[in-house]
Design a protein around this ligand. Structure first.
Ligand code: NAD
Ligand code: WQD
Length: 339
């Protein structure tokens, strides 16, 4: 069964493509290489023994997409492609709305034309905004979002729900990821941020490898267990499996929304401690003021995914730290340009 994976060379898309192959599906990857490298394909091959078909194509461009749909009998689309840097989205809102919202609408139009009505969409816990109490539950109201990236996810969720209402044959699954971290246990695939990472785990990894002198911890006066921010970290391997589980829901028309998280929170200091243990050296850090737009603490209620998708996160924080460190050590400069 052929599954079109947009953004399939990216961090979560590449891990999901491996799981798809392992589950007997045939992923077809569409990516414009904006935030990824072609050498990911060889790594997928090294892990699975199969190299997925790849199209260098842009989701904003119908003339890129149509021939792919014309050529292949595509059962479903898993839609990862997009921009994801929260801070950048504040500075370049139109770029985020263009790729994430317009790009998705373009993809949906082409899917409609070729009667492919099954989509799994990468959304984010950010849609819950800063007013809901944790744990976040899927039925909570969304909104009160503090950045254009988050609003772009909110808007796409609305587009998908409205489309499904108007055309009931659509099956829409919206997965709201919490904080994805970790890497493939082989050390062959992982997160490859370009420039200085904004997110916690990749930054700590780069401190451990010596690229930065210390970690800045943004705030130690939050009302949390140790004063630092608390998040629901979820291993990218668990997330990837979540998509395979979600494929079972397709062909059941409707809009299905699931949190993918561990269901509990860890503080920044707990992440630092787990990583220090994994890499065998204390990660140096300095306490800094709070980062603008940050929430003190949030985590998921992931029981709906467990009940309906039979999905549950299995990896612990220690595994996430170990796997991130293995990937960082084996690939200190990320993926090669060509392999
Ligand atoms: P990523 O940047 O590693 O992967 C996204 C991929 O999409 C990249 O390979 C990029 O080259 C590609 N892409 C970007 N614009 C494109 C376009 N116009 N046409 C075709 N391809 C394009 O990001 P990721 O961490 O793997 O995230 C995947 C999805 O999950 C994104 O939609 C992101 O918003 C969402 N998400 C990520 C996180 C996270 O923390 N990583 C959390 C919640 C949701
Ligand atoms: C985690 C904690 C920081 C870096 C973002 C997006 C969210 C989702 C995941 C896409 C916070 C602290 C961080 C550092 C630190 N992405 N921190 N020093 O902000 O929870 O979520 O990524 O959908 O939408 O908002 O993740 O990893 O940036 O931060 O102290 O150098 O680590 O303050 O408490 P965040 P993060």
């Amino acid at each position: 069964m052929k599954i079109l994976v947009t953004g399939g060379l990216g961090y979560i898309g590449s891990h999901t493509s491996v799981k798809l192959i392992e589950a007997g599906y045939t992923p077809i990857i569409v990516d414009n290489l904006y935030n990824s490298k072609k050498s990911v394909l060889k790594r997928i091959n090294e892990i699975t023994g199969q190299q997925p078909l790849f199209y260098e194509a842009d989701i904003r461009n119908k003339t890129d997409l149509k021939p792919i749909f014309a050529q292949h009998d595509i059962e479903a689309v898993i839609h990862f492609a997009g921009l994801k840097a929260v801070g950048e989205s504040v500075k370049k809102p139109l770029a985020y709305y263009e790729v994430n919202v317009y790009g998705t609408i373009t993809l949906l139009d082409v899917m409609s034309e070729y009667q492919v009505n099954n989509i799994i969409f990468s959304s984010s816990a950010t849609v819950y905004g800063d007013k809901n109490p944790s744990p976040f539950i899927e039925s909570y109201p969304t909104g009160n979002i503090t950045n254009p990236y988050g609003w772009s996810k909110f808007m796409v969720e609305q587009c998908l729900m409205d489309l499904q209402k108007a055309e009931p044959e659509w099956s829409v699954t919206i997965l709201r990821y919490f904080n994805p971290v970790g890497a493939h246990p082989s050390g062959l695939m992982g997160e490859d941020p370009q420039g200085v990472p904004n997110n916690l785990m990749p930054y700590i990894s780069q401190v451990a490898i010596g690229k930065h002198g210390f970690l800045s911890i943004y705030g130690n006066d939050y009302p949390t267990k140790d004063g630092t921010g608390v998040r629901d970290y979820v291993h990218v391997e668990d997330l990837a499996t979540g998509h395979v589980c979600a494929l079972q829901k397709l062909n059941q028309s409707g809009t299905h929304i699931y949190n993918l998280g561990n269901g509990s929170g860890n503080s920044v200091l707990e992440v630092v401690s787990a990583f220090s243990k994994a890499c065998g050296q204390q990660i140096p850090y300095k306490m800094m003021p709070r980062r603008a737009g940050d929430i003190a603490a949030f985590w998921s209620d992931a029981s709906k995914a467990q009940k309906e998708l039979n999905w549950q996160a299995h990896y612990q924080l220690e595994d996430m730290a170990k796997d991130s460190w293995r990937w960082q050590q084996k690939n200190p400069t990320g993926y090669p340009d060509e392999e």
